[in-house]
Write a new protein. Sequence first.
Length: 304
Amino acid sequence: MPMASISKISFLLTFLATILLSPPLISAQNSNHFSEYIGAQFTGVKFSDVPVNPNVDFHFILGFAIDYTATPTPTNGQFNVFWQSDVLTPAAVASIKQANPNVKVAVSIGGDTVNNSPASFNPTSTDTWVANAVSSLTALIQQYNLDGIDIDYEHFTGDAATFTDCIGQLITTLKNNGVISFASIAPYDDPQVQSYYQALWAQYSDVIDYVNFQFYAYAASTTESQFLSYFDTQTSTYGGKVLASFTSASSGGGGLSPANGFFDACNTLKSQGKLPGIFVFSADDSKSEGFEYEIQAQALLASA
């Protein structure tokens, strides 16, 4: 066979292998999915304080369970509760789910800090971290009758390959064991953070149901057109699972706020058929404002 033909065949086989092995980029589609983080700021907010529209798929996300002690010392995958557990109890989870059949509750692991120190991803080894994490999180999820898990590590001591192996195996095992029915990740636009989550996405996108991208980590001066550009950029990376997001913090929050056009941007995305959902950080902040924007977000998602 001529060398030119061999080269063409070799190139074609390489190209096909790249296409087949790459994670599929599913186009965004509209859905009625709404998520809200709750419990991290100890404001006394209860599940029942938050208005729930019966026509949305509503997820509460408890913030946070962290593999640290309160001192803080890393525990290599042994997760402890760091949300306001005297208010957001197993009984409270059962009550809100019984009152609202469209509600599910997840736990977010990682987060930003433990007692003002970075909550770094810090495994001793992949095997021991995964074994400890599966065991401790299974017990916690079953104790609280939770439905899913969210990955929100923002600081790292290990490399991206270790993070990918640990988190990918954790999600896969919990799903295969029937412990959880969905999983999300919560990256934001920081080069180091993105490198870890993109590596995880490249290998385990098939077990990740939502990407809770922290658009509020962009500048507070973000305009509607910039937000739409950022959304397209992140969708091109993470496929059609990226949720639009805003923070309800009265100070220190960034991104496109509801007061400055967030819902206009969401209506634009919805008109284009590419709004997979919205998430808010957080119910703790929204409590003092009467959850005005949660009501508006859910109405937008529930409308035809």
